[in-house]
Design a protein around this ligand. Sequence first.
Ligand code: SAH
Length: 454
Amino acid sequence: MDYLPLHFEVTGRQVLVVGGGEIAQRKVDLLLKAGAHIRLVAPEVSDTLRDLLDSSSHTIIQNRFESSHIDGCVLVVAATSDMAVNEAVSSLCQQHAVPVNVVDAPALCTVTFPAIIDRHPLIISVGSGGGSPVLVRTLREKIEALVPSHFGRLAGYLKDRRDRLKKALPDIDTRRRHTEEFLDSPGAELAMQGKQTEADDYLFSEAESHVGEVYLVGAGPGDPDLLTLKALQLMQKADVILYDNLVSPAVLDRARRDARKEFVGKRSGYKSTSQEDINDLLVRLAKEGHRVLRLKGGDPFVFGRGGEEIIRLVEEEIPFQVIPGITAATGCAAYAGIPLTHRELSQSVKFVTGHPKNGKVELSWHEYTHANETVVFYMGLGGLSTICQQMVKHGRAASTPVAIISKGTTPEQQVLKGTLETMPGLVARTQIQSPTLIIVGEVVNFAEHAAAEN
Ligand code: SAH
């Protein structure tokens, strides 16, 4: 380890910045955020810097750098384009044992600025000792995505309660273990949501007596990269995951390794779990204190029966969150290159269930026959012939384009294109695998329209 990472308190202390241009300004921005009092030295100072430092806490010395300028400073930053000045500042600081940073010259630095993930009051810093700022930035972006934006709230919450917790649990080891348990409990999630009183129940009373929480999470249509950040975060947190058959193995792979995973979907050859049984299971597991993640294909509120599950949770007073997902229609359309709406071709889009009941698809067909509308059928493969016949019978042109997308967004995605007239025959001749989505409308041939215009 070449560098010792420290978090440096500069609030109200004097920091010298040598340089009056844009690079100096970036450092000044950061130092001001940390509350430093700035002494800026440069023969020429930009107007922006003058505005930034327009307060009695700061001084601007419009002159060349002199050794006396470092007096009383806890940190020095050299940000000039003149290498000779940068070197002079660096060697002077090193003689006087004042920490010095020279922008873009690691060899002249005794301290470097790390990349920062700011979740005030929580700060994560990443550094390579000036070795590769690009690598550091890439890593920073990854961490940004991983650390929930409300983590700062959690840190602030714990900071505010530190003294109270110290009194309640004077022994440091007990307190540490208790805090670890709290961070793993639904209380942490509540604190992040700003529900402090509810979170206090977890922090200040015994962990065992608590009900857990249910996360109703949309898993998207199949490609795990389409999961939301929130879904990923909760998948890392859950104790039990209840998933159905639309959840792809690749998505499930992103869940916490040691979470218990239970299949509660329908699969041919197996007895399917009824909705009532799933509701009961959610309630029972949550009451046992587990964090239960109900993972559903697409979006939980689009043909997902999410509503029925949350009604039970409300009745049983079990805390829950609903996390939206990318629904099959938007996911499949995007991956198949079909815009669901288009200024000229389609001004509205309908999501419709094509699920046959007692062998029949019963819909108010006249509602789906406007020429300038896209209609997306979920669960429609079994009723495809009826759908195509009825749409034509009620006035939609037989030549209207239709796409069937199978296993959309996964590596096995297949797109079959035809018309209301030809599609049933095409499907009968093709081995097409569920799940499938049917898109009806001129937008299906958008690519051809676009080519014709050009
Ligand atoms: N809640 C889900 C829909 C559940 S209904 C969502 O928002 O997407 C199940 C239907 O969704 C399937 O019959 C099929 O029509 C569609 N579907 C889900 N995932 C799909 C995929 N990857 N490719 C094609 N269709 C899909």
